[in-house]
Design a protein around this ligand. Sequence first.
Ligand SMILES: NC(=[NH2+])NCCC[C@H](N)C(=O)O
Length: 673
Amino acid sequence: MTSPVITLCSLRHIHQEKEAAELKKELEALENGSYVLKEEEMSEKSLKLMASNAKLAYQATHLQRALDAEQTTNFNDGMVNINQRLTEIFLHSISASFPGLKGKLPVSITLNQNEKFGDYQCNSAMPISGVLKAQGTKMAPRQIAELILKNLPSSDLIDSCNIAGPGFINIRLNVSFLKRALSDVLVHGVRTHHSKGECGKVVIDYSSPNIAKEMHVGHLRSTIIGDCIANLFEYFGHEVLRVNHVGDWGTQFGMLIAHLTDMFPNYKEESPPIGDLQAFYKQSKKRFDDDPEFKKRAYSCVVKLQSGDPDFINAWKLICDVSRKEFQVIYDRLGIVNLIERGESFYHNLMPPVIAEIEKQGYVVVEDGRKLVFPEGSQFPLTIVKSDGGFTYDTSDLACIKQRIFDESGANLIYVTDAGQAAHFKAIYSVARKMGWYDPQVTRVEHVAFGVVLGEDRKKFKTRSGETVRLAALLDEGRKRCEEKLKEKGRDKELTPEEFKAAQEAVAYGCIKYADLSHNRINDYVFSFDKMLEDRGNTAAYLLYAYTRIKSIARVAKVSREELKEAASSFYDDDGLPLEHAKELKLARFITRFPEVLQRVCDDLAPHTLCDYLYELATVYTEFYDVCYCVEKDRKTGDVVKIHKHRLLLCDATVAVMDQCFKILGIKPVHKM
Ligand SMILES: NC(=[NH2+])NCCC[C@H](N)C(=O)O
């Protein structure tokens, strides 16, 4: 018989063995993380920790989801500026790869020179290698390119990248991004968001003819170029003030008023017949040059006018009114709207305080009774007060720039005149900066200069008898030439008289505008009706035809607008426009370049870049249309066998972008021609 002590001991032993096994199990569970605390074992603190842990895990999942969504571009701000987006992506990688180079290297993304290799390319590896070498680090461009690719953040824009040659990085766009981008254009229209973020107010000075003088082709250029740039800024979302800085305060008014009072002494009661202001101007100029007595009187008239004598102000207003009406006829024909007249006279009262301010700074030099300012870097001084105490063009432009900066709060000041005035504006801007009126880092002040209009003989544009060409006569001739052209094509038989007239005017004025805008503005350009009315090549005539043709495709295919709209929105809800054919993709890629092209036009204030794009768009479209049938018909019966709706929609997207281009260029497209 076992003793009770032994029994007790062995019972305890069994119990302890069981406990040890349990403890071992718990230890293992703790090690592999599967241990579950029993509620009664938990302290209050650990309960709280667990709760916040669960919350964090939930938030992390959400953040990850948001991050994933971020990778997929949304088009809330309109079309994506692809070049800019790629620049940001590469900049990110380059800063991460070479932290020491931060800010030292502008990253440039360009279109790929060879479509076969990619859509865009980044050539930064070579210059980075150069900078590193200068800092004493040797690294081959290819190695650098590899590192850039390694650190490249993922983006739904990019399909793939590869390194070529010494270190070029070829970038291929993601097709599914293109599909969605196109789809968005179809559903939401061609919208672009200004990359510069804030949209500062733009004050743009253009057209600006001189009262009582002929508005000449130089003013026509200013009107056309200025209007286009103003449209562009407006499209980008800026507030735009379009100012017509007419010459209405010069010394010419002295002789005009003196002549007016001589010829029509009762001009106050009876409106004088000075409809032909140019002839009137010439007569008074002749007297001014030939008759010293008259000249004296003319000077005293200017003084009286500028001192605000009511009779003289009335005579001045009379003359301005005649001119204004003449200018308006031209503006109406060209469709120039919202251009407000604010001539030199507007700044009359602002000039004396500006002169005083400049004097106070000690920048005025008095020479032979004249007050001069010598701008830095300019050979010639500005005359701000003449020896007779009168003000000049210089004085008015100084008062004007100050008014535009301070009263108008202009963030972008743009002046559109012929290149002959470049030195004048350079001097004005220089004085304005010296006076501390603006900081070029903050306020953009630019002279948009343009070259001279030449005749087909490459000499200054004149009539056969050597006179300056009257703008109204020029527009008349354009319309007549266009009428002949359209009749040659038998359009007068196809179109209603209203349609014919609309086509005739749209083509005539469109061609005149486009011929001007499509040349690099800095160069002189040859004015040739024959060239601008040609319906082949980079002309408005060609583009307007192309536009109406593309627009008619859906109509001819008898697919209704509603049907297309429906198709567009169902593609939108799906993966985007189904693009497959190489030419479909080429056209799609070209369309998505629109925002970056506009940005360039805006940076360089160079409308010809937009014209080049528009023309190339028409060309790329033709390439597509030639091989990708929108509608397939039975060869024998001519019955429609298949309609490719996504291709019709691609036509629509092309039309939408062309529409926007025309709008910015100030050209009115017609629906039938
Ligand atoms: N702010 C200016 N200066 N604007 C340009 C004025 C152009 C001048 N009226 C001319 O015909 O040459």
